[in-house]
Design a protein around this ligand. Structure first.
Ligand SMILES: *Cc1c(COP(=O)(O)O)cnc(C)c1O
Length: 467
């Protein structure tokens, strides 16, 4: 009770010298909110019997309020260090943009632009024109359209090409991509009736053929991006499906998911087809993501035959799913790198990280450990162990790449405690627990991250040694 009485009233706290300084710097509402939170914390501490005597001084309360204000006004969305080795990490923002996109973003974000203005003809232009020619040049397609993301691309494409009619899909491809994107739901939403054919593990051309009616508007092929059916399986390949489409007069649409613009099979042990092949095969409508294997910003790209893309440009849904100018600028910059595959492999971070050979990862791992050892106290232990990195969310589910992991241990902390401490650092570091150890995978660490790692590990070790 006596301690509870020592907790000052909010009004008195606001009059203290320490808090007056804060009031001069921050809005009153923020200071007040922080003060209330700090006093509430103090009250809880007293009730739990954990409040120390010096916690009641004006100085201590003032500095707690200062710290609380910093937490309150800190941006919620911020940079983290990805030490997971998962290159396309859905929870950590999927792909990071190539350096080339920085300049494009700078130019368009802080200046007016010709977003919807045709400079040559001095009349209204279309935002979609900026990247269409480049996408067609890269993929060999007749026409292209970009929207907000691939889910929107599928919704628009289905709604435009098959609303009120049927689309035939293999039961093995009725996928859920996570975050509630389920193919059957998207089809319903776009007004398309789903006709399922085949079984989970095997679907044949004859299944598709037998399901065709006068109401059939599309054969839809969906990339099983985040799982694989192995064993006794059969699916109709894209070329066979196009043949079947020609034979039955049914157009073919493919949701490729990741949508690589280079032949990844030359660089990785995977089976990922590229967009050009699907275009070449004669698929009428192809959709894919901008921020998965393409390594650009969040976007949905639709390519295919003019006869199908042109109506999408006039569809009312397009306005609701349109791409914004920052995305467009960074997408154009990213796509430009693909004019030369060698440049794309080097400068698109997603591709560079995925295709980094073990020797390079090893060199980086050793370099990082050397730098960290120099910067950190002896209570931080670093060693290198062989392991695997994963491709990531919604891409290459079976891909495991050999890597050299940096195992980190700090005296006095369990791997789980270390994980939590680094995750809640000023610049959060996200690693993983692997075989009972805390590990960081250099595959997804950027050069600048070493300094953040050193800061987070240093602070964690100092806090650990004080306890
Ligand atoms: C990832 C994925 C989507 C959704 O794409 P977003 O760009 O995340 O909207 C749709 N279909 C498939 C097959 C996917 O892999």
């Amino acid at each position: 009770m006596e301690q509870l009485r020592k907790i000052p009233k909010v009004d008195r706290v606001l009059e203290s010298e320490e808090v007056k300084g804060l009031l001069a710097e921050y809005p009153r509402t923020v200071v007040l909110r922080a003060a209330r939170l700090v006093l509430e914390q103090l009250r809880k501490g007293v009730l739990a019997g954990e409040a120390s005597e010096d916690a009641f001084s004006a100085g201590a309360i003032g500095s707690e309020i200062g710290a609380e204000i910093a937490r309150l006004i800190a941006p919620s969305l911020r940079k983290v260090v990805n030490g997971t080795g998962v290159v396309v990490h859905t929870n950590l923002g999927r792909s990071i943009l190539p350096e080339r996109a920085r300049q494009a973003l700078n130019e368009v974000a802080f200046s007016y632009s010709n977003l919807e203005f045709d400079l040559e003809k001095n009349r209204r232009g279309s935002r979609y024109d900026h990247v269409e020619r480049l996408i067609c040049e890269l993929t060999g397609a007749e026409a292209a359209l970009v929207v907000n993301n691939n889910a929107a691309a599928v919704l628009l494409a289905l709604g435009s090409a098959a609303a009120g009619r049927e689309a035939i899909v293999s039961r093995g491809e009725l996928v859920e991509i996570g975050g509630s994107f389920r193919i059957p739901d998207v089809m319903r939403l776009s007004g398309v009736t789903l006709t399922e054919v085949g079984t989970t593990n095997r679907t044949h051309a004859k299944d598709y053929r037998a399901a065709v009616t006068t109401e059939t508007a599309l054969f839809l092929k969906v990339h099983t991006s985040n799982f694989a059916v192995v064993g006794f399986t059969a699916e109709v390949g894209i070329e066979e499906m196009v043949r079947l489409g020609k034979e039955t007069g049914v157009p073919v649409m493919a949701d490729m998911g990741s949508g690589s613009l280079i032949d990844l099979r030359k660089h990785l042990p995977c089976d990922e087809p590229n967009v050009q092949e699907f275009v070449q095969a004669g698929v009428d409508i192809i959709t894919f993501s901008g921020d998965k294997l393409l390594g650009g910003p969040q976007a949905g790209i639709i390519v295919g035959k003019k006869a199908f893309i042109e109506p999408m440009k006039k569809h009312p849904l397009l306005r609701a799913v349109r791409i914004d100018k920052l995305t467009l600028a960074s997408l154009e910059a990213t796509l430009g790198l693909y004019r030369d595959e060698r440049v794309a492999l080097k400068e698109v971070p997603t591709l560079a990280m995925l295709t980094a050979p073990l020797e390079e990862v090893t060199r980086r791992a050793k370099g990082i450990v050397r730098q960290l050892r120099r910067a950190l106290p002896a209570s931080v232990h670093l060693s290198l162990i062989h392991g695997e990195s994963q491709g990531g969310g919604g891409t290459l589910p079976l891909l495991n790449l050999p890597t050299l992991l940096i195992e980190v241990a700090v005296d006095g902390l369990s791997p789980n405690e270390l994980e939590a401490a680094l995750r809640t650092s000023e610049i959060p570091v996200i690693g993983r627990i692997w075989k009972g150890s805390y590990v960081l995978d250099p595959r997804t660490l950027l050069e600048e991250d070493v300094a953040y790692l050193a800061a987070a590990l240093g602070a964690t070790a100092r806090a650990g040694s004080r306890e």
